[in-house]
Write a protein that binds this ligand. Structure first.
Ligand SMILES: Nc1ncnc2c1ncn2[C@@H]1O[C@H](COP(=O)(O)OP(=O)(O)OP(=O)(O)O)[C@@H](O)[C@H]1O
Length: 642
């Protein structure tokens, strides 16, 4: 139910009934034909609940506070009416000295994301708005509050001109604006915000409401409730996998290598080192991933996000250390104050980096909490990176029991169909995990602290080198996204050939069936395999603007790396599966819709499979010995020694 303040409550039914209600079209909400056409080109046909309520009010000129679930389309809810209003005013007619609209966001990543949305909407609407500062101030400025403050103190924007020009002010992810420490910057800015300026607050923050808004309409969808009602989308299925800290690498290997979760996958760790450890570990098994963290230069971070969103790689390991960083910042600040020491202990992290809140990771089907966040709020924001808008998603967490209880308590009654609930992950059997234990532990031992430290330093060096080139190149060639890959192999040694494919004998029938189910669902959803992978894609070096860059170091001669694809391929489960799937997905295409629905709930068949075929697994230890001997031989050949 939408609540309004300052006027009679607007009747909007709860989101659950959305399907039954007559949903208003974008035209009926007051958007003009240009905006509707632009949305159609983006494949957006019906408004989300928050858009239905907010768009007409913003077009009317009301101050609005909007609070809705994560991924519910809040950005378009304010952006569409904001742009329509700017389109209506002839920006060329009066010579403004400051932008007409400020959109303030808490992180640089979010800045870039909102800016891209603004650009694409303006382009699709085919309207001439000033997007850059070349011909005077732009019409819309997307910024962090700190950046606006530097523009003001540097004289780039005059305070007087803000008072004259500013018509709309948006504070997106408003609660984060405060917790990221922008309060002073915001207070300083509000002095120049004219009374007539329409203010929009995305998320409900009392302090900011009082500071900036005038008699606002407050939209809370659904009704004010606890954390779960507010933010966990119902279209996200939540699962847990229980294991000891020591076995976490083993379990994530089983989930990914046996392809039991749908790609693309976003994996959260709590520290940068753990992100690298995981990346190094997975790459030994042929699972390539990229890392995203606050240490990387901004250009690299943006590029990694763009590549991931464009589908250039399937696994992204994001370090969400916002909770720890907040604590560290406070600790460091107090230490600095007491000791008056300016010495920097930690590597420099960008305080304006934010990976969890607001960032729209496109088409993420699975979120894995490799490390659990510290708070329930952190948990719901992380899993909100999947299941965005009308899509579905899955979240899997490797949890300790104590945290699981905490999550369960915020999710409520699992018996209740309507309630969000968290269940054990049904597709991962104990035997599947155990079949990989030997090799996982072997590889985990080789990913030492020193290896992690070296890789982290090397990656940072590469990214810093690339960052400047990237900046220049991508300004001129924005479409050349795939020239620089961020999921390159970090390991200095050639990857062990025998770890790249899972031999058929290691899998029990439950796991085989589960893999099939996941792949079939994928085919039924019409998701094509990532075509950017591997060496099949021909890339002409002569066209590579970065070829002068030698951050990778000299190429090793001798054994080919995994990338080259020259390993002699033994028949793997993948090969067999691919053939079968090709046939089955043809059959499925007729009944595709059904399969999409069934993806939501993992089939009963798969759930019951774990009871079957124990005998087959009993043979595994013998085979494991055979594998071990094979591994030993290969290592000796590689001259590694044991
Ligand atoms: N009406 C719609 N129909 C389908 N998709 C939509 C619609 N509106 C927005 N989207 C898409 O939904 C995704 C999530 O939207 P958005 O980032 O605005 O969510 P949000 O509510 O701001 O989430 P968060 O709280 O995490 O910031 C985006 O990819 C956006 O393009």
């Amino acid at each position: 139910m939408a609540e309004t303040e300052g006027k009679p409550a607007k009747k909007i039914k709860h989101e659950d009934k959305e399907e039954e209600e007559e949903i208003q079209t974008f035209e009926e909400l007051g958007l003009d034909a240009r905006s509707v056409r632009a949305l159609l080109k983006k494949g957006i046909t019906k408004p989300t609940l928050i858009q239905q309520v907010a768009i007409p009010l913003i077009l009317e000129g009301k101050d609005v506070v909007a609070r809705a679930k994560t991924g519910s389309g809040k950005t378009f809810a304010y952006l569409l009416p904001l742009l329509q209003k700017l389109f209506a005013t002839d920006s060329g007619s009066k010579s403004k000295l400051a932008p007409s609209a400020f959109i303030l966001v808490p992180s640089r990543e979010l800045c870039q994301q909102v800016y891209s949305e603004v650009l694409s909407l303006i382009e699709l609407c085919r309207v001439q708005l000033k997007k850059t500062a070349l011909s005077g101030p732009p019409d819309v400025l997307v910024s962090t509050p700190a950046c606006i403050q530097s523009c003001l103190s540097g004289g780039l924007i005059q305070t007087k001109s803000i008072s004259d020009s500013l018509d709309i002010l948006v504070l997106d992810e408003a609660d984060l604006l405060l917790s990221y420490g922008y309060e002073d910057d915001l207070k300083a800015l509000t002095r120049y915000v004219p009374r007539r300026c329409q203010c929009l607050l995305i998320s409900d923050v009392d302090k900011l409401k009082k500071l900036i808004l005038h008699n606002p309409v407050i939209l809370t969808l659904p009704e004010v409730g606890d954390v779960k009602d507010e933010v966990i989308p119902k279209n996200v299925q939540q699962f847990w996998v229980s294991c000891s800290a020591h076995d976490k690498l083993l379990h994530i290997l089983a989930l990914l290598k046996l392809e039991l979760v749908q790609k693309k996958v976003l994996i959260f760790t709590n520290t940068i080192d753990m992100g690298f450890r995981l990346r190094l570990f997975l790459e030994q098994f042929g699972i390539k991933s990229a890392v995203l963290n606050a240490e990387l230069p901004q250009n690299s971070r943006l590029h990694i996000l763009e590549e991931f969103n464009a589908g250039l790689f399937d696994y992204l390991i994001a370090t969400d250390d916002s909770e720890t960083r907040e604590m560290e910042t406070h600790e460091t600040e107090s230490k600095v104050k007491s000791k008056k020491s300016r010495k920097q202990v930690k590597p420099k992290l960008d305080s304006e980096f934010g990976v969890v809140r607001g960032i729209d990771f496109k088409n993420v089907y699975t979120v894995i909490n490799f490390d659990m966040p510290k708070s329930a709020a952190g948990y719901v924001h992380r899993i909100g990176r999947t299941g965005r808008a009308h899509n579905t998603g899955t979240s899997v967490g490797e949890v300790e029991m104590e945290f699981l209880e905490k999550i369960k308590s915020i999710l409520g009654d699992s018996e209740n169909e309507d309630s969000n609930s968290i269940a054990p992950f049904p597709l991962l059997t104990k035997s599947a995990v155990e079949s990989l234990r030997y090799r996982a532990e072997d590889v985990a031992r080789s990913v030492t602290k020193v290896a992690v430290r070296e890789s982290r330093a090397q990656d940072l060096r590469n990214e810093i080198l690339n960052s400047e080139k990237l900046k220049a190149h991508f300004e001129n060639n924005p479409r050349d996204l795939d020239l620089l890959k961020h999921d390159k192999i970090l390991s200095k040694k050639p990857l062990p050939a025998h770890l790249q494919e899972v031999p058929e004998y290691l899998l029990d029938s439950t796991t085989e069936e589960a893999r099939k189910a996941v792949k079939l669902a994928r085919a039924a959803m019409g998701i094509k395999p990532n075509r950017h992978h591997g060496s099949k894609r021909k890339f002409r070096r002569s066209k590579d603007p970065l070829r002068a860059l030698s951050a990778e170091g000299p190429k090793r001669k001798g054994k080919a790396r995994n990338d080259s694809g020259k390993h002699k391929k033994r028949k793997s489960v993948n090969d067999t599966l691919e053939e079968e799937l090709e046939n089955q997905s043809k059959e499925m295409s007729a009944s595709g819709d059904e399969a999409v629905k069934s993806r939501g709930k993992h089939s009963e068949r798969t759930r019951n499979l774990s009871k079957r075929d124990e005998s087959r697994n009993q043979k595994a230890p013998m085979r494991e010995e055979a594998w071990s001997a094979e591994r030993h031989e290969e290592r000796e050949m590689e001259g590694e020694g044991l």
